[in-house]
Design a protein around this ligand. Structure first.
Ligand code: GDP
Length: 271
């Protein structure tokens, strides 16, 4: 992924504008393009755990990517589409689970190299004020202190653009984005509902909103996304795959997790 330069966040290459016919000399069906590899990697996402509170989240060195957005922005659909699984993110929608952080591991079975954290959707009108404030605090803390957080995927409905709540959420993590510690990828969702002109306008508006978080150090990107029409899916998979851990780190994390499990089991047997 290319580093962004101020003053504006850069649109990622979008599937919708990719040439549809192969170049004359290219092999008819390339065995494994970077897009296919990235999609195959994303398809390996599987449920890891769910936590109602921050301190219940497992501690790991694996890079973690948080998926955030207003409720109904298309977050669950985007995760399911990336993972090519119908139900993966819908655990987050089960009553009683809507305010949990759900973690998925991605990468090889024995040595996952990234974690996806599906954060609760915000802005749902029917949630009581007290619960809203409690969760606002959890999100703020998560984005501020989660040590292994390497990136945020922010779902924004392409028809509505950034709302006040979206801007508030960005405030929580702005410092880490500006320093480059945390990368930001904005998905302008449901782009199938827009015509070309509206899509260009949505992109321009998002660039303008993000101008404040873009610095020489930051990595901020925007993708026009449609789960329905499969627009931008491979671009997002490729961007996320670039944020994975090295094989060595993935293996040492897998080993550490195995040892922790074994110790817990020994403690249990010793009791
Ligand atoms: P979440 O609350 O952010 O997890 O949102 P959902 O993924 O549940 O999506 C909310 C609504 O938007 C659902 O009715 C989806 O079917 C719809 N939706 C999600 N993605 C798309 C898309 O790419 N195109 C269209 N047209 N609708 C979508």
């Amino acid at each position: 992924m290319t580093r962004q330069t101020p003053p504006s966040a850069k649109p990622k290459r979008n599937a919708s504008v990719k040439p549809t016919s192969a170049p004359a000399q290219a092999p008819a069906t390339p065995a494994n393009t970077p897009e296919k590899e990235a999609l195959g990697w994303a398809h390996s996402a599987r449920f890891l755990t769910t936590a109602a509170q921050l301190h219940h989240l497992p501690t790991t060195e694996l890079p973690e990517v948080a998926f955030v957005g207003r409720s109904n922005a298309g977050k669950s659909t985007a995760i399911n589409t990336l993972a090519s699984q119908r139900q993966l993110a819908f655990a987050s929608k089960t009553p009683g689970r809507t305010q949990h952080i759900n973690l998925f591991s991605v990468g090889p079975k024995g040595a996952p190299n990234q974690i996806w954290a599906d954060l609760p959707g915000y802005g749902y009108a029917a949630v009581e004020r007290e619960a809203k404030l409690r969760w606002q605090k959890v999100m703020a803390d998560y984005l501020d202190v989660r040590r292994n957080l390497v990136g945020v995927v922010h779902m924004i409905d392409s028809r509505h653009g950034f709302t006040d709540l979206d801007l508030q959420l960005l405030e929580f993590v702005k410092r880490r984005i500006r320093s480059g510690e945390v990368k930001l990828l904005v998905l302008l969702t449901k782009s199938d509902k827009l015509n070309r002109k509206e899509a260009a306008e949505s992109m321009r508006a998002a660039q303008a909103q993000l101008a404040e978080v873009v610095t020489d150090e930051s990595d901020v990107g925007i993708v026009l996304f449609s789960a329905l029409k499969k627009v931008g899916v491979d671009d997002v998979a490729m961007a996320l795959k670039e944020w994975t851990a090295s094989d060595e780190l993935a293996q040492s994390c897998a080993l550490a997790a195995q040892q922790a499990l074994q110790e817990a089991e020994e403690d249990r047997l010793g009791e």
